[in-house]
Ligand binder design. Structure first.
Ligand code: NHV
Length: 854
């Protein structure tokens, strides 16, 4: 018998079908796996989904890669080939089904798949899912699945050798730049915040699907139009019939709101053998819109599609759909070119961060960790997250949570910071990858835009590649750029996701070294940090949308303690250096710290002051960006998270601990905030509002206080700010508040009150950098109330205690607040939650404030 060993690209995989109410059967292949280093024939138990690094760790064949300088000791893994095998049983009944598919949602990366000795698939792209028809290859009883993973290093060396030059992939930590040849998460080759772990493995779920008659290969819920009265939605299905003749079927689509009555529509169709494209339009009356975080509820409708044959539902699929419009408005205007998201017809100021993969070992990401991540995002008042192009196209779980939490996703394609080849093999791989991922993600309400790559055009223009390469190579770089990012990718977006915004690169014109370019499009403003510019430079050096800018800090001590021993507690120790991948990082932190703080001697204090500096500096930028709306309409800082414990630009460390920056982002991104700043000898007060309604009839109460709590002066003003604007509401000469000498001894407490006198928000303003303040020595009193999972801490001090940092030795503990100023005489209660907190056991809580560090 001639076996037909075809494999097809999966359009839209989702394990939802496991629970689906249809007659197909899903068998997860997550049992009985063994792995082996090729050539050794020594087989050990393995976890699937997983990576070879995880399996080696489980068998204690690798040391903890995060600890000390162990990173160096694990690099051998990438040069080896690895094999995975399992067996599974197929029943007579399963074999009697019309068809069977073997599905891989992700294989990392060069993998040959054998089933019962038949070579079914030669995979070569980590970003692709595969579905392989296997009915002909399966037999009753035991079946043998065996996957050979070839080393991505060895696989690409011949290509590298024949290429004649090294690509400018400077973040790839190997001297030979091999990463660009493989469609695999770039960050796993190392980054300037990343450990190098070039993984192999079955990194996403694998399963068998048994079914009859047909499958739904793709279900696209396409929003055609949306008004307050009506949404027109097209249910577009690709139904793949396995029968050799035509057959009648009924396609049933329905939609409903949570707890609502479903609205159902049926269509009788004749299915031809192979792919059948079916469209069923529905109208949703008085649609409830999906709103971004801060603007309302992110309402989702349940849409389902079922294929019914002879009374049986033989296939089904489901999506949760948000009805909304999102447009990236990138148009010429009086300044240059705008760049902002318009959501449901309203310009939205984007507040958020750049996301990197949340772990170097991606399959270790649990549902719980994803949920915590989005809780962190939502609580910090963010509304946009950029999935940056050096990582992966995220899991479905990630986009589901973004949908549920009202977070817009700016989605890069996975290319960053280097040019790439564009030979036919490479282009074919990319083409398959984008077909797959666009179709997988396009149903998500959160998906706001596609972006071709991170910083490749900026690199081509401004990073000196002109002089690093011959004119021929440099020209080829441009040609390849155009093929990929102005040719292939936008054509794919148009084909599969028409109407969604596509921009070929970020930043798409602007560069921080070129002030003349600020006015056009998005900017990565690295003048702060790399350019050593002050945080205050963000008052004037400002783009239309800051899609990157950042500053580094060390993670807090309890995280450092997971990878370093007390004898390593020096900024430049070997172990600390192994966890600081930015070559200029430590020097830059010190340079900035010297400007505003008294640099402490002790390592622990340097870490703490660095966190404070990071948070305050970045907050200054957020407020400057918001204040400058509508010229500037977005602030996405670099970077949200970490993929291992490391010194980096992140606001949340690897273990989920919020750095000072995350608290400051939460404050600066709140819907309505007070922003006092110094302008030409004046203290001007702005209100920054992202609210959809006007805020009026408010009082701004301003009290000048000394550090012991004595009121020195008071002013107040009636203030208002229109919806979705920023406005100056008060201003007077700085001297009216305090002369030069007094400025060392006081702060201004600004309180915004509503008509009833209730405080809406407050802000504390200092007239001088921290190092120039005569801060008092003071003791912070604390009282603890401990219950299971929860500890209430009540803090008070008779004099100002600036930049309070409360620490508890439990990883990932959540604080209702931290890194705040405790005002003289004030009592503040914060709550710490962690499953490790136990009633009857007093947790070791330490409290620091800035005056204690010198
Ligand atoms: O270095 C921090 C981050 C990176 O991790 C990441 O790739 O896209 N960073 C810095 C820059 N972009 C990014 C920009 N860097 C420069 C540009 C031009 C001159 C010097 C540095 C992210």
């Amino acid at each position: 018998m001639k076996r037909k060993l075809l494999y097809t690209l999966m359009a839209c995989l989702s394990l939802w079908n496991v629970r689906a109410n249809d007659t197909s059967e899903i068998v997860l292949l997550n049992q009985g796996w063994m792995f082996s280093q090729s050539g050794t024939d020594k087989w050990m138990t393995a976890t699937v989904p997983g990576t070879v690094h995880q399996d080696l760790l489980a068998h204690q064949l690798l040391p903890n890669p995060f600890f000390g300088t162990n990173e160096q000791k694990i690099q051998w893994v990438e040069n080896e080939d690895w094999e995975y095998k399992t067996t599974f049983t197929v029943t007579e009944e399963q074999l009697s089904r019309g068809a069977a598919s073997l599905v891989f949602e992700g294989l990392d990366t060069y993998a040959n798949v054998y089933l019962n000795g038949a070579l079914l698939l030669k995979a070569d792209n980590m970003f692709l899912g595969y579905s392989i028809p296997v009915k002909e290859v399966l037999h009753k009883g035991e079946n043998r699945l065996h996957i050979f993973f070839r080393s991505p290093i060895k696989e690409t060396l011949p290509q590298w050798a024949s290429n004649g030059f090294d690509y400018p992939a400077d973040n790839d930590h190997l001297d030979k730049k091999l990463s660009i040849f493989t469609r695999k998460a770039p960050y796993s080759y190392g980054w300037d915040w990343g450990i190098r772990m070039v993984t192999s493995g079955i990194w996403r779920p694998a399963y068998l699907r048994f079914y009859d008659v047909a499958t739904i290969d793709d279900y696209h819920v396409k929003q055609l139009s949306l008004t307050d009265q009506r949404a027109e939605v097209s249910n577009e299905l690709e139904i793949n019939s396995i029968l050799s003749e035509q057959t009648e079927a009924e396609v049933v689509v329905s939609y409903s709101l949570k707890n609502g009555e479903p609205v159902t529509k049926k269509k009788t169709v004749t299915l031809n053998p192979g792919i059948n494209k079916i469209k069923i339009p529905v109208e949703v009356d008085k649609p409830v819109r999906w709103m971004p975080n801060g603007w309302g509820e992110p309402t989702l409708y349940d849409f389902t599609a079922q294929v019914v044959c002879q009374g049986k539902t033989i296939a089904s699929d489901h999506h949760r759909i948000g009805l909304r419009t999102i447009r990236l408005v990138n148009e010429k205007d009086e300044h240059g070119e705008s760049y902002f998201f318009e959501v449901n017809g309203i310009p939205m100021f984007a507040k958020g961060a750049n996301f990197i993969p949340n772990d170097i070992l991606l399959p270790t990401m649990t549902d719980e960790r994803y949920a915590t991540l989005f809780r962190d995002i939502k609580e910090a008042n963010m509304n946009v997250i950029r999935v940056w192009g050096g990582g992966t196209y995220e899991d479905n779980r990630f986009y589901d949570l973004a949908d549920e939490n009202g977070i817009l996703i700016w989605q890069d394609f996975m290319f960053g910071c280097t040019t790439y080849p564009a030979d036919p093999t490479f282009l074919k791989r990319v083409s398959d990858e984008v077909d797959y991922n666009i179709k997988r993600l396009r149903n998500h309400a959160c998906l706001a835009m596609w972006c071709g790559n991170n910083e490749i055009l900026e690199g081509l223009k401004y990073w000196g590649w002109q002089s690093r390469y011959t004119p021929e190579v440099y020209e080829e770089f441009y040609r390849n750029y155009d093929k990929l990012f102005r040719g292939l990718l936008p054509a794919k977006v148009k084909e599969w996701d028409e109407g969604r915004s596509y921009i070929h690169t970020s930043p798409y014109f602007s560069s921080w070294g070129r002030p003349d370019s600020w006015n056009i499009g998005d900017s990565h403003n690295w003048g702060i940090w790399y350019g050593k510019k002050t945080f205050e430079s963000s008052d004037t050096e400002i783009g239309r949308f800051q899609s990157e800018f950042g500053f580094e800090s060390f993670p807090e001590m309890k995280t450092i303690a997971t990878f370093a021993s007390p004898e390593d507690y020096e900024i430049e120790s070997e172990v600390m250096t192994a966890h600081q991948k930015s070559t200029q990082g430590n020097a830059l932190i010190r340079t900035y710290m010297e400007r505003d703080f008294i640099v402490p001697e002790k390592f622990e204090d340097f870490v703490y002051v660095g966190l404070v500096l990071h948070g305050q500096g970045m907050r200054y930028c957020f407020e400057a960006h918001r204040r400058n709306r509508p010229y500037c309409m977005g602030t996405l800082y670099w970077q949200l998270n970490d993929s291992w414990p490391v010194v980096s630009w992140s606001s949340i460390d690897y273990y989920g601990n919020w750095k000072a920056l995350h608290y400051q982002a939460k404050r600066a991104f709140a819907p309505l905030i007070i922003n006092p700043i110094h302008e030409n000898g004046n203290l001007n007060v702005y209100l920054l509002s992202d609210k959809l309604e006007d805020s009026s009839d408010m009082t701004l109460d301003m009290r000048l206080m000394d550090f012991k709590g004595k009121k020195l002066l008071q002013k107040s003003a009636k203030v208002a700010v229109a919806a979705n604007t920023s406005a100056k509401v008060f201003g007077c000469a700085l001297d009216e508040w305090a002369d030069e000498a007094q400025r060392k001894e006081c702060y201004l407490l600004l309180s915004l009150k509503d008509r009833q006198g209730k405080e809406i928000t407050r802000d504390i303003h200092y007239f001088l950098p921290t190092k120039d303040l005569n801060l008092p020595q003071t003791t912070v009193n604390s009282k603890l109330k401990v219950q299971d999972g929860r500890c209430e801490v009540t803090l008070s001090a008779s004099k100002l205690a600036k930049d309070i940092f409360v620490q508890i030795p439990y990883q990932g503990a959540r604080f209702t607040d931290n890194f705040f100023d405790l005002l003289p005489g004030e009592t503040r209660k914060i709550v710490i939650t962690s499953p490790e907190i136990k009633k009857g056991i007093t947790p070791e809580i330490t409290i620091k404030h800035i005056r204690e560090t010198y």
